[in-house]
Design a protein around this ligand. Structure first.
Ligand SMILES: [Zn+2]
Length: 94
């Protein structure tokens, strides 16, 4: 069995390289989880997972930074203009 051909199951969302085979139809690739024929090829999940982890880290940093700026604004350490500008940057409207 080839480990290079990854697929994603449209029905149950399973991602894997190991496919099942329908009884009597050796050619047909089916999802090992739910047996669905509705599977589509996709890149190896480690690339997707790495990008997802990185995106989550950026989101976490943005949230921490946002909270920090709000706190600084609330205690008067940062003038309102900067707080407003920072809010726009984080909202993507700057
Ligand atoms: Zn499935």
């Amino acid at each position: 069995m080839s480990g290079d051909r990854w697929y994603r199951c449209i029905r149950c969302g399973h991602v894997g390289s190991e496919v099942g085979h329908d009884e009597g139809q050796e050619e047909a690739r089916v999802c090992v989880c739910c047996g669905s024929f509705e599977i589509e090829s996709c890149p190896a999940p480690r690339f997707m997972a790495a990008a997802e982890i990185e995106a989550r880290r950026w989101k976490m940093r943005a949230e921490l930074l946002s909270a920090l700026i709000k706190r600084a604004g609330a205690c008067g350490a940062l003038p309102d203009g900067y707080v407003t500008q920072a809010s726009r940057v984080m909202a993507g409207t700057a």
